[in-house]
Design a protein around this ligand. Structure first.
Ligand code: NAD
Length: 343
């Protein structure tokens, strides 16, 4: 079996190659991302392995099908970059629903602590033997209210971490979980009452720009925003205005609306064209990491293991429990519910 592996990075090779050898699957690594112009690289492959910023739209799907590709194996949980509706009936799509919610939730807390206790600034200062404390005053997390949007795997772990810090929790989820030990409130109430807001819901048409100018206006002055989910949950222009007007006290962004051509690459020494990102990064109260929250040894190992399990299951049994289908949820029409596969 042959798989074209797009958007390859050295850490991917390290985690995927041992499994490829174990299962006898040939991986053809490509540093380029999958898009209309690169899809032909998959010619003669049984499948493609893609990540968050590879594009799997209608045109790409057509080209992959022409190239003989039968399976798109996402090595991530989110699938907003795949046109599942168009894929239905043409090509199968599997993903890695969970690999380490701890990796992402712990990174969210790491960013929060770094930001509000100015650790990044202190690190730079002491390296230059500047031991002044001026401008480094932070605030206690204990007793503060954190609003968590999306109480799935990652959101729940983040809530547990916040509880350990003695924080008060407010949660919002479109599909609230039963039997939880934290209160659900409306999204409006969460926005109005939280000192810190952390986003852990998927990016959908409904959640696109969930944090926009109006939402920011409704928030407490000095609110700290955390986004380790998907960039377009936040309207970046509105955030910039919120920072400039001093309404937003700090922002910690592991993801960014227009990250696909920027994140994961080295642009030091280049002129960055994205003015909004450039301006955000110049702000003393904005902390940006480049979609790094998932990047732990445990998560990488789990991602590789589950991806190969999905591939083997699919090609040996013609189905995978981690197959994605835009019809899922509609029990009466979804074939997966009858046959345990999408079509
Ligand atoms: P999950 O599916 O377990 O949880 C998502 C939760 O969001 C669910 O409880 C769901 O009901 C809720 N939700 C759905 N629509 C909503 C809406 N309109 N409003 C509010 N809540 C809504 O997913 P997860 O594993 O916890 O991952 C959450 C997100 O984190 C993913 O969608 C992905 O985008 C992101 N993620 C980021 C990284 C990273 O490295 N930064 C890594 C993994 C996942």
């Amino acid at each position: 079996m042959k798989f074209a592996f797009f958007d390859e990075k050295p850490y991917d090779r390290a985690s995927f190659e041992p499994y490829a050898q174990q299962y006898g699957i040939e991986l053809r690594f490509f540093e380029t991302k999958l898009n209309e112009h690169t899809a032909s690289l998959a010619q003669g492959c049984d499948g493609v392995c893609v990540f968050v910023n590879d594009i799997v739209n209608a045109a790409v799907i057509d080209r992959l099908v022409q190239a003989g590709v039968k399976l798109v194996a996402l090595r991530c949980a989110g699938y907003n970059n795949v046109d599942l509706g168009y894929a239905f009936g043409k090509i199968h799509v599997v993903h890695v629903p969970a690999y380490s919610p701890y990796a992402v939730a712990e990174h969210a807390m790491a960013m929060l602590l770094t930001s509000i206790r100015r650790i990044h600034k202190a690190y730079n200062r002491t390296r230059e033997f500047n031991f002044s404390l001026n401008g480094l005053t932070g605030f206690d997390l204990h007793g503060k209210t954190v609003g968590v949007v999306g109480t799935g795997r990652i959101g729940r772990v983040f809530i547990d971490i916040c509880k350990g810090f003695g924080m008060n929790i407010l949660a919002y989820d479109k599909f609230p979980a039963p039997d939880v030990d934290f209160p659900y409130v409306t999204l409006e109430e969460l926005m109005q009452k939280s000192d810190i807001i952390s986003l852990h819901c998927p990016l959908t048409a409904e959640t696109h720009h969930l944090v926009d100018a109006q939402a920011i206006q409704d928030m407490k002055k000095g609110v700290v925003l955390l986004n380790t989910s998907r960039g377009a949950l936040i309207d970046a222009e509105a955030l910039l205005e919120g920072i400039k007007s001093r309404k937003v006290g700090a922002a910690c962004l592991d993801v960014y609306e227009e990250e696909s051509d920027i994140f994961f690459e080295d642009f030091s020494g280049h002129i960055v064209e994205d003015d909004t990102l450039a301006r955000l990064i110049t702000m003393p109260n904005v902390l940006v990491t480049s979609h790094q929250a998932f990047l732990t040894q445990e998560a990488l190992g789990n991602i590789a293991e589950t991806t190969f399990k999905n591939i083997i299951e699919f090609f040996e049994n013609g189905r995978s429990n981690n197959e994605l289908c835009y019809r899922c949820g509609r029990v009466e029409t979804c074939k997966k519910h009858r046959q345990d596969k999408c079509f």
